[in-house]
Ligand binder design. Sequence first.
Ligand code: ZN
Length: 291
Amino acid sequence: MLAAIEAGGTKFVCGIGDATGSRLTRTIPTRDPDSTLADVARFLAEAAAEHGAFTAIGIGSFGPLDLDRTSPTYGSIAATPKPGWAGTDMPGFLKARFGVPVAIDTDVNVAALAEARLSGVRRLAYVTVGTGIGVGFARNGETETGFGHAEAGHIPVRRHADHGIFAGTCPFHGDCLEGMASGPAIKAAWGHSLEGLPPDHPAWDVTATYLGQLCRTLILTTMPERIVLGGGVMAQERLLPLVREATEKQLNGYCGPWTHEAFTTRIHLPQSQEPPGLVGAYLLAATVADQ
Ligand code: ZN
């Protein structure tokens, strides 16, 4: 039995079980670190009493995270505008509370791990498009980490003509990818989220074009076998085929093993039965269970 935590900016999804399925899960609203982690610990203790002890804990967390293995604050939340969370050491807290090994990585890295395992591919990029845009990478059953984690949601994008002079919403870069195509960016530019906009509204093509630029960059720089697009914005079914089309159009035939068919078979929504971040957190826990 393993414990898994998908630590998000608005909610923590906790479970005990393993990567094939949870025995029990609970969703806890994210507040200040002390009360949130106290609820997490209470759930894990109750779940263990009911279903048996767990041997390790895996955490897929919102970032930024200190993932430099040589750092004295390894595993802690790094500088974040989220009040109270900077410097929070979740692995340290849980290790002290339960006396089992605890592993941590980003929510998108562990989600990549889960989706790579499920689809049996060696290289996978997992993208979440929601409140922010994050990208995680799995390669040969491991996540891409050791010094830090990628921040590909903040790559520069080429402005879409229909976006006019919209300044973008990223507090650091303005019109980076996250500033132009995240949920809050769509709302700021058009006054509605995509679900509130008709199919012929320019917001669809604008958003798909930016996400196509990300997929293009991912293919050119990391050559993944599969790109998985998750998050609240991708829940709009019309968007995925538009992103596939935009990616293929932009690459214009220059994309190595990505043939025409690849754009429909290799760019996908998540396939995990449970949230990919939770499934990935179990996989991460399994890597330290024997330590
Ligand atoms: Zn940015």
